[in-house]
Write a protein that binds this ligand. Structure first.
Ligand code: G3P
Ligand code: MG
Length: 267
């Protein structure tokens, strides 16, 4: 079970050892990384929500995927050049559909207040701090917020930036973390070698990256594995059958239905 493997405890565990993860919320039907996408993911019975975190110009952790604001808001330019007050004036929903014009970029604080006691979170750090000399402090701010909301047993940290993972583990060794596979930082190491080297609890990668060799390696070392971003039923089925521990999807309602079929077969 996830808890025994030191994975986040789920608030709405459906009893199997597979986690339905809503990628940026229920982002196929609602604007990604917004409060409505997160609320709808809970309604669709996702067991975890994945979200991306970056810092505003004035150092506040906010929930947003891209470096630039252009595609998913009515703002222009780099998110890191805007203060929280400025970011909060932007419309983060109309790009998806006009009825979502009231959606704004959430702060991590807002999302934690919503999730606390309700749903586990995968907090992915979008940090540019690839060199040791650049420390933007995002990890410390995120850890402090998670602790403030008493969510340390219900979050999974992750990053493509392995320096960020090292800093997380220094700050909060007991909070589970996942390494997001990055070819440029991985030195051709196998998944179990990477997990060991960075002292993390899980290995996450894109479904195109997951070879038979990797799956065998992950199964052999019993490393929890979460795969992004899967929106087709057939691919969901294949990955569940291969033994992955969770799937990131923009369609948590579809994945919930796929999982239900396996659960009724198992009974
Ligand atoms: O953490 C899984 C997935 O979110 C990683 O890619 O670009 O969607 O943040 P991306
Ligand atoms: Mg992400």
């Amino acid at each position: 079970m996830p808890q025994e493997q030191n994975l986040p405890a789920l608030f709405n565990d459906d009893g199997d050892d597979f986690i339905i993860i809503a990628h940026r919320g229920a982002s196929a039907s609602y604007p990604e990384n917004t409060m409505i996408a997160f609320r709808k993911a809970v309604e669709m019975n996702a067991e975890m929500i994945e979200l991306d975190v970056a810092l505003s110009k004035d150092g506040i952790p906010v929930v947003f995927h891209d470096k630039r604001l252009n595609k998913h808001t009515n703002g222009r330019g780099q998110l890191s050049n805007f203060t929280l007050d400025e970011l909060k004036k932007l419309d983060a929903g109309s790009w998806f559909a006009p009825q979502f014009s009231d959606q704004t970029i959430p702060t991590l604080r807002e999302v934690l207040a919503f999730a606390s006691g309700t749903i586990a979170l995968n907090i992915e750090i979008k940090s540019e701090a690839v060199s040791d000399s650049i420390v933007d402090g995002i990890e410390k701010k995120v850890v402090q917020l998670v602790q403030e909301f008493d969510m340390q047993n219900h979050v999974l940290f992750s990053s493509f930036n392995y320096r960020a993972l090292i800093r997380f583990k220094e700050l909060a060794p007991k909070i589970p973390a996942a390494l997001l596979y990055s070819k440029t930082q991985s030195n051709r190491l196998l998944p179990h070698q990477l997990v060991e080297r960075y002292n993390v609890e899980a290995f996450n990668c894109h479904y195109h990256q997951l070879s038979r060799k990797w799956m065998a390696n992950l199964n052999e070392y019993q490393i929890p594995t979460f795969i992004y971003t899967v929106n087709s039923k057939r691919r969901m089925q294949k990955l569940i059958e291969a033994g992955v521990n969770g799937i990131f999807t923009d369609k948590p309602d579809l994945l919930r239905n796929v999982v239900k079929q396996y659960q009724s077969k198992a009974r």
